[in-house]
Design a protein around this ligand. Structure first.
Ligand SMILES: Cc1ncc(COP(=O)(O)O)c(C=O)c1O
Length: 375
């Protein structure tokens, strides 16, 4: 008789099983970076800046190569000091993460579990859902009106199980925003035990919009608001994975308890501190973006396409039904080496999201889409 080597409690299929709900997560699909072989590729699918990072940030990154054998400062103090100085914030209420993605995950992991709900708007950033599912909590969405966060719809979905409300402002992929007073109204309508997480990944692009605020006044006047920011967009450091949050001491404390001891790398700390201090560079990037955002929006509207108003560094373009639909427009652009973002997975199959590129790329997008509409 053969010896039975199986362990006493091995399940029949003998494979480790993930916890409940994990296999129900649809993996995040990032912007494509390859188009047709042999053509110059212009990636407009991940809302990266076409202007790159500040030369001072690149130098700080390069200089950090001499110290790669050392662990980073686990508190990222040099970076938090730079953020505190430039944004005039208390350093002890800032925490950094490997991308703002990681900070979203920390919030969800720190405050939610089975039976809890995380609320966001219909076309909110996809990672809210993924991290919520990973934590075993339940994602809940509130319908938007005209592709804009609807404060009343969000408030109507609040239940005793709601733990966090995420609002990306401006939102990705719509480019729309809610005003400072709408955000205050949302905050005023939330019970004080629910976290309002204002995700300002694109905030820096909107600093000149009169009725927009990144929400810091709510952090200052309440105990349940946190703002999340990133170095991946206007600062051009996507590859380094760097984000930060400013919030009440008790929420920062929770994040500090659950984050990895060295969650932000030394090159990211060095480059981030230099990038945030180079306000001339980020301001020039903002002005460049604004000019080409307006230009591209007008050009595409003149072609007869619907362009949803955006205050970020991308536009959401709606295509008609039939042969000039979004899927065909995507294929046509890809064929020329220009990569937009398909947003059917956001529930927007009629739309493509297109990041603002260099001058020649924006001009090329307008002329490619003009050619497409003539097909
Ligand atoms: C609304 C929003 N939040 C957060 C992020 C994550 O940024 P990162 O993890 O690169 O800091 C993005 C990236 O596209 C975003 O669009």
């Amino acid at each position: 008789m053969k010896a039975n080597h199986s362990k006493p409690h091995s399940p029949a299929n003998n494979k480790p099983a993930p916890k409940a709900g994990i296999m129900g997560i649809a993996p995040y699909v990032g912007g494509k970076s390859k188009a047709k072989a042999g053509v110059r590729v212009v990636k407009l699918s991940s809302n990266e800046t076409p202007l790159g990072a500040s030369p001072l940030a690149v130098k700080a990154f390069t200089d950090s190569a001499a110290h790669l054998h050392r662990y980073p400062d686990g508190t990222a103090l040099a970076l938090r000091e730079a953020l505190a100085e430039v944004h005039k914030l208390p350093v002890e209420r800032i925490v950094c993460g490997a991308g703002s993605d990681e900070l979203i995950a920390f919030l969800v992991n720190g405050y939610t579990g089975e039976g809890d709900e995380v609320l966001y708007s219909e076309y909110g950033f996809l990672m809210y859902k993924i991290y919520t599912q990973a934590a075993g909590a339940t994602p809940v969405t509130a319908p938007e009106k005209n592709l804009r966060t609807d404060v009343d719809a969000i408030l109507a979905k609040v239940t005793p199980r709601t733990k966090i409300v995420f609002i990306a402002n401006p939102n990705n992929p719509t480019g729309s925003y809610i005003t400072k007073s709408e955000m205050k109204r949302l905050h005023d309508g939330l019970p004080a035990n629910i976290i309002l997480a204002i995700d300002g990944a694109y905030s820096e692009y909107a600093t000149d919009v009169a009725d927009y605020s990144d929400g810091r006044e709510l952090v200052e006047s309440s105990d349940n608001t946190i703002i999340l920011r990133t170095f991946s967009k206007i600062h051009g450091l996507s590859a380094l994975r760097l984000g930060w949050a400013y919030g009440p001491a008790h929420i920062i404390d929770v994040i500090n308890r659950i984050r990895g001891p060295f969650n932000v790398s030394a090159p990211a700390i060095a480059a981030g501190a230099a990038a945030i201090r180079d306000t001339k560079f980020s301001e020039a990037t903002r002005i460049f973006n604004k000019q080409w955002l307006e230009w591209l929006s007008k050009e595409l509207i003149a072609l007869g396409l619907k362009v949803h108003p955006s205050i970020a560094n991308f536009i959401l373009v709606e295509f008609p039904e039939g042969k000039h639909n979004a899927a065909n427009a995507n294929a046509f652009m890809m064929d020329k080496g220009y990569i937009p973002r398909e947003v059917a997975n956001y529930g927007l199959p009629k739309c493509l999201r297109i990041s603002i590129g260099l001058e020649e790329d924006n001009k090329a997008v307008a002329s490619i889409l003009a050619d497409f509409l003539k097909t």
